[in-house]
Design a protein around this ligand. Sequence first.
Ligand code: TYD
Ligand code: MG
Length: 457
Amino acid sequence: MAKSNTAFVCQNCGTAHAKWSGRCEACGAWNSLVEETVSAPPGGLSAPEAGKKTRVANVDFSPLDSAEPPPPRLSTGIPELDLVFGGGIARSSAVLVGGDPGIGKSTLLLQAAASMAKAGVKSLYISGEEAVSQIQSRARRLNVAASPVQLAAETDLRSILKALKAASPELVIIDSVQTLWSDNLEAAPGSVAQVRACAQELTRFAKKTGAAVVLVGHVTKDGQIAGPRVLEHMVDAVFYFEGERGHQFRILRSVKNRFGPTDEIGVFEMGEQGLSAARDPSALFLAGSEAEASGRAVFAAMEGSRPVLSEVQALAGPESAGSPRRSIVGWDSSRLAMLLAVFDARCGLRFGTRDVYLSVTGGYRITEPAGDLAAAAALASSLLDKSVPAGSVFFGEVALSGAIRPVGRIEPRLREAARLGFTQAFAPPGAPELVDGMAVRALSRLQDLVDVLGGGE
Ligand code: TYD
Ligand code: MG
């Protein structure tokens, strides 16, 4: 039996320290060390006793070039999900799906399990959060109750592993990893030590048996999977399910994927019968045709192989006494600060003590630097009270020098914008001049944008 000892484990990064201190030396977090009883995992690297083993296994080396086929995949039966996973979920892999509570993780995974089970994949769904009857009633609501998914409500890791070994499933959903506990550890469920130990055991189960294991993880307020980043290193793929409450759109974003691309997104719509693929995802985040108004600009974004158009709205308030407010939804506050500084220094456009609000509509979040130019257009348009040219889209990165820098994948952005009825694009230099009837105007400096809006005269 493994020997128990205690360690002070950082609840932020999971590093174990021999002694308590006020600050974790590994990640710098304050007051994050908690004493935990840790029994060394069987054969685990942290056990010094492991060095006493007499039998040492041989390590076999392999060439880079291998005739072995890529890991086989299981189609989830949900095309949006398969796209994000990179062509289905890989067997023998452990996958983490994170997201805010209530965003739809359980719904999505129950739908996936149901569709896979119906296609003959042996699927288990183990919930530590809901009773079996609750899951059954959700299944009825989702119209999937006839699917042969096996349900269980359990949180004890040992019981779960025993049941898994007996059932030899091909797909296991664990909802959620934060509710599991292993009696090897004294730490409470949801603590870093527990989450890590449970995820490790389940990952090992996936590798050993060829099952695909999906772990659901809740996200904390600051956007991390509760407790530990350590989980992200442990699993083969990490996906975040995002969206705004009050909007029915949900985006599944890949953060890490050992078996596929990491920049694909899946776009879903939450409805009465659960999640369905959004019908026209590229047009989903457009605010619609309101009357022409200042402070609005459309960004032609790329999410992996998929173009997405979204609208940025900005409002520069009146001069205010005291420190001005900067409020942002769906974009990055440091990029806003940078843009305002560049406007000031390179174009003489001063936001000064005005409150500035910037919002990306529809619950979309801009992650590409190419979004700079659209945000800049919305900001300048609001400040100057001049609307941007009708039917236009924007993309380009703004440098500190005020230069508009080129971005990748220009043509798919332009083609999609043209398809959706836009007629002109403002883009960095180097873009083709005409694509599918869309006129492209190259802007080389931020000042060129201000001139377009008529603020330069
Ligand atoms: P859920 O999957 O339980 O979220 P999570 O597991 O991420 O915490 O989804 C909860 C929300 O989804 C809840 O507010 C109700 C809503 N919902 C629908 O709108 N339609 C549906 O068909 C279902 C099952 C849930
Ligand atoms: Mg849930």
